[in-house]
Write a protein that binds this ligand. Structure first.
Ligand code: SF4
Ligand code: SF4
Length: 158
C-alpha cells in the first residue's frame, strides 16, 4: 500500500509533467502544416536548379558545359548544338540542346552555379523534389527553365 510520501511524490511528478504540457500549449509550434503552409529556409539555402532566361526570353545557357565539368558528382549532362541564326535559342553561337540535372547524384554544392560564365544555372531555394520513379529525378531543360513552384519563405540569417 502506498504511503503518504509516495502519494505526494506522485502528485509532484504529475504536476511537473502537466506544467511541461501546459507550457508547450502556450508556445508557437515549430512545425508547419506543409504543404498548406510555407516552409522557411535560410537565405543561402541551395535547392533545386533553375536555368535563367534574359529579359527578351532568350536562354542564357550557351551550352559551354563548364557546369558539367565542374560538377563533382557527374549530375549534369549538357549536349550543345549550333543556334539557327533566324531563330536562336540563346545569344551565343551555341545553345544547350539537352540539359539535365540528376537529383539522385546532386549534393547541392553550387559548383555548377560558380562555374557558369553567363549566370544561366542557379540554385533556387526550392526543395520539394520527391518523386516516385528514379527517371523523374532527372530534370530536363524544359523543367529547369520553369521557375520552381516552391512553397517557401526566406528565414532571416542569424
Ligand atoms: S550543385 Fe554541385 S553536385 Fe549539384 S549539379 Fe551543381 S555542381 Fe553538381
Ligand atoms: S549553364 Fe552555364 S556553364 Fe552550364 S552549359 Fe549553360 S552556359 Fe555553360
Amino acid at each position: 500500500m502506498a504511503g503518504l510520501g509516495d502519494v505526494v511524490k506522485g502528485t509532484v511528478q504529475i504536476a511537473e509533467a502537466m506544467s511541461v504540457t501546459l507550457k508547450h500549449l502556450a508556445t508557437k509550434p515549430v512545425t508547419v502544416e506543409y504543404p498548406d503552409e510555407p516552409i522557411a529556409v535560410f537565405p543561402r539555402y541551395r535547392g533545386r536548379h533553375m536555368l535563367r532566361r534574359y529579359d527578351n526570353g532568350l536562354e542564357r545557357c550557351i551550352g559551354c558545359a563548364l557546369c558539367e565539368a565542374a560538377c563533382p558528382t557527374g549530375a549534369i549532362y549538357v549536349d550543345a548544338a549550333e543556334n539557327d541564326p533566324e531563330n536562336p535559342h540563346s545569344p551565343g553561337e551555341r545553345y544547350a540542346r539537352t540539359y539535365e540535372v540528376n537529383f539522385m547524384r546532386c549534393v547541392f554544392c553550387g559548383d555548377c552555379e560558380e562555374a557558369c560564365p553567363v549566370e544561366a544555372v542557379v540554385l533556387t531555394q526550392a526543395f520539394p523534389l520527391p518523386e516516385l520513379e528514379r527517371r523523374s529525378m532527372i530534370f530536363v531543360k524544359e523543367q529547369l527553365l520553369e521557375p520552381p513552384d516552391g512553397n517557401i519563405t526566406i528565414r532571416p540569417a542569424h
